[in-house]
Write a protein of this length. Structure first.
Ligand SMILES: [Zn+2]
Length: 419
């Protein structure tokens, strides 16, 4: 156990060999996985590597702990027998456009088959996407059935309240030239900033300009699909979609300061209805806690909001976030549409989101949005009105009038003494 093939010599970085031909070249945007080439993030066979970073995103650090604790053999390789996708996704034309998808590997779920021979030959190639099936059961869905908003159909929704879904886990894979283009910065500048802001965690960002793919140590996303997968790409079928950014406090624990779980569950309800009518529903769940600023920052902001003079109020909602975090939002919706293109979606008939940033990113990437569906007012917890009204004033979609200055000043949240 725990036999490493490493020497005692520590190599801080690798360098491109002048004139050398890459052993495993990556042609990002190629139309099939073989032509594109495998992504190899092996840490046990450095000569094969053609990406910066390690597999597993943020979990590569837990893998390191497991190896340190001698619980995991560093040379262990995944046995991919029977792990292949439960549903066929793609290939879609979008996969062959190097600019359409820059933050995930469109072939990430197919590597077990596409590179079977290479893997059998000892090359450490790992999936970055997994596709499986599941049943969901949420009390709000049972309540919706009790209120006769939803009826079981025996396929998508059962009498028990179980919803049948295809679910997909996706690790981030960044094609650095494409990511830089999305943010309108030079690739060189992006690489240097990533290197510096991670405390020099990935020296190859600055020493290996020939390596263009980075496996960033951040959370990925999960996609829940209701209905037939083919309905996502069939022009005659309808698609309902919610793109949701993680909010653990609300999503899991039902904390009432925001609309996250109510909107998420509303999205699921609408997706079930769409699937029952022969279309498809898609929930994209992005691990971007607290507007990608993290939960510590988020809770600090809550305190700053509740303790400010005049109490928690919609009028100063964004200011308080900016005071603590330096920015109002770090979610980068520029990269978000990639997963929709990966699914082959060209039109979303109903988008359950009021975010102008998400809407602009989706439509700006070439996907048509027919209808935007706001959260029903009865689902908004009273303390969440501060956030919702502030967002409406800042440009969030609302079919009603935007709150004016006096209206915003009147929206107050609960103070810290009343919890
Ligand atoms: Zn929330």
């Amino acid at each position: 156990m725990s036999i490493s093939n490493r020497s005692t010599h520590i190599r801080l970085t690798s360098h491109p060999e002048p004139g050398a031909v890459a052993r495993h070249p990556i042609r990002w945007g190629a139309a099939d996985p073989k032509a594109r080439g495998p992504l190899i993030g092996s840490v046990t066979n450095p000569a094969d590597r053609n990406v910066i970073g390690a597999h597993g995103g943020a979990y590569s650090l837990y893998r390191a702990l497991a190896i340190s604790a001698r619980a995991l053999n560093p040379l262990a390789r995944p046995d991919l027998t029977n792990t292949h996708p439960t549903a066929g996704i793609g290939p879609h034309p979008q996969w062959a456009d190097p600019h359409k998808i820059v933050s995930l590997d469109p072939y990430g779920h197919l590597v077990g088959e596409a590179f079977r021979d290479e893997i059998a030959g000892g090359i450490d190639i790992r999936p970055t996407i997994a596709v499986t099936k599941a049943r969901l059961n949420m009390p709000e869905i049972l309540a919706a059935m009790g209120a006769h908003r939803l009826a079981p159909d025996g396929t998508t929704l059962r009498a028990s309240g179980d919803i049948s879904v295809t679910k997909v886990a996706i690790d981030p894979v960044w094609h650095l030239p494409g990511v830089a283009a999305r943010f309108d910065v030079s690739e060189k500048s992006l690489r240097r900033t990533l290197f510096e802001q991670t405390g020099g965690m990935f020296p190859e960002l600055v020493t290996r300009p020939d390596m263009q793919v980075f496996l960033p140590p951040i959370g990925g996303m999960t996609v829940y699909i209701m209905g037939e997968i083919d309905a996502l790409t069939d022009e005659k079928s309808r698609v309902s979609c919610r793109v949701h950014d993680e909010c653990n406090g609300s999503d899991v624990f039902g904390s009432d300061i925001c609309t996250c779980r109510p909107y998420l569950v509303h999205g699921i309800e609408e997706c079930v209805k769409e699937a029952q009518k022969g279309g498809a529903g898609v929930i994209v769940y992005n691990r971007k806690e607290g507007r990608a600023l993290g939960e510590v920052t988020k809770f600090l902001v809550y305190n700053a909001r509740k303790r400010q003079e005049g109490g928690d109020q919609a009028a100063t909602y964004f200011e308080r976030t900016e005071c603590v975090a330096g920015v109002q939002d770090a979610r980068f919706q520029q990269l978000m549409p990639d997963v929709l293109h990966w699914l082959g979606i060209r039109r979303i008939d109903r988008l359950m989101s009021m975010s102008n940033m998400k809407y602009d990113a989706i439509t700006g990437s070439g996907i048509e949005v027919v209808e935007r569906v706001p959260i029903p007012p009865e689902l908004v917890p009273p303390d969440a009105n501060v956030e919702l009204e502030a967002k409406k004033a800042a440009g969030y979609y609302t079919p009603g009038a935007k709150p004016d200055k006096a209206g915003l000043a009147a929206v107050k949240g609960r103070d810290l003494e009343r919890f």
